[in-house]
Design a protein around this ligand. Structure first.
Ligand SMILES: [Zn+2]
Length: 251
């Protein structure tokens, strides 16, 4: 049974990941996420079933459109595969149904803003607002312990990022501030603070390696959301273990 649900979680993630690509590409343009149906951005051909199977279509088509042979962005299969893997991980790691759904919701928000950040370097207000309502309703039904940790988490995420946005003078944008405020409501103080520090830590390591190897230029802006995904997922799944180890080291 567990194996069946594992497979189901993975496939659900792949399919939703495919939808999150559409959401992430269309919402910043002010387009509907339902119509028109998916089409090739270069030649406009409407995509059919063989083009629409998550990850596999990209691999079989060798990353090119069947009609015009224009390159398909690797963001599509990366987001599909990541959503599938993270959905499966949520199922395997969570201890209750509520925790599985919470994990899936958090992954969903992160994957959509990953698409918008990778393709346009922005985090749309509409997406953050939509998830703030979803997260609020979820936390009314299934509150954190204690429930006011949602308030504290929002305040912590907002104020920490706002201070950094002011100090860094544009290094961190308003989108990041709102994103962390909304995630703080959902995951509480401990996870949001740890999540931010891990995101910054992963980003710094990537930056140092990138500069040393010449992969990225000194003034080149790097999207931050990929590191937020890793940071938040580590904090969400392993927060208690990490904080436990840290406290043991201190005392
Ligand atoms: Zn095409």
């Amino acid at each position: 049974m567990a194996i069946l649900i594992s497979i189901y979680s993975f496939i659900l993630g792949l399919v939703l990941g495919s939808f999150y690509n559409v959401v992430g590409l269309r919402v910043p343009e002010g387009q509907s996420v339902i119509s028109p149906p998916s089409h090739c951005p270069s030649c406009g051909r409407r995509l059919t079933i063989p083009d629409l199977i998550p990850v596999f279509s990209y691999v079989f088509l060798r990353g090119r459109c069947r009609t015009c042979h224009q390159r398909i962005s690797p963001v599509y299969p990366v987001v599909e595969a990541s959503t599938g893997i993270l959905f499966l991980f949520c199922f395997l790691h969570a201890s209750s149904i509520s925790e599985i759904i919470a994990g899936w919701l958090l992954v969903s928000l992160l994957m959509i803003v990953l698409v918008t950040d990778l393709t346009r370097m922005l985090i749309p207000d509409k997406i953050v607002l939509f998830f703030s309502i979803l997260f609020f309703v979820f936390r009314v039904i299934s509150p954190l312990h204690p429930w006011w940790d949602s308030l504290l988490g929002t305040a912590a995420g907002f104020s920490l990022l706002a201070v950094i946005a002011i100090v860094s003078r544009g290094g961190m944008g308003g989108g990041d501030v709102k994103l962390f405020a909304v995630m703080g409501l959902f995951v509480g103080t401990k996870v949001i603070l740890l999540g931010f520090f891990l995101s910054a830590f992963y980003g710094a390591i990537f930056g140092i390696i990138g500069l040393l190897t010449g992969l990225i230029g000194r003034r080149q802006p790097v999207p931050f959301v990929p590191f937020i995904v890793f940071g938040m997922m580590t904090a969400f799944f392993f927060g208690n273990e990490i904080i436990g180890v840290y406290i043991n080291l201190l005392f």
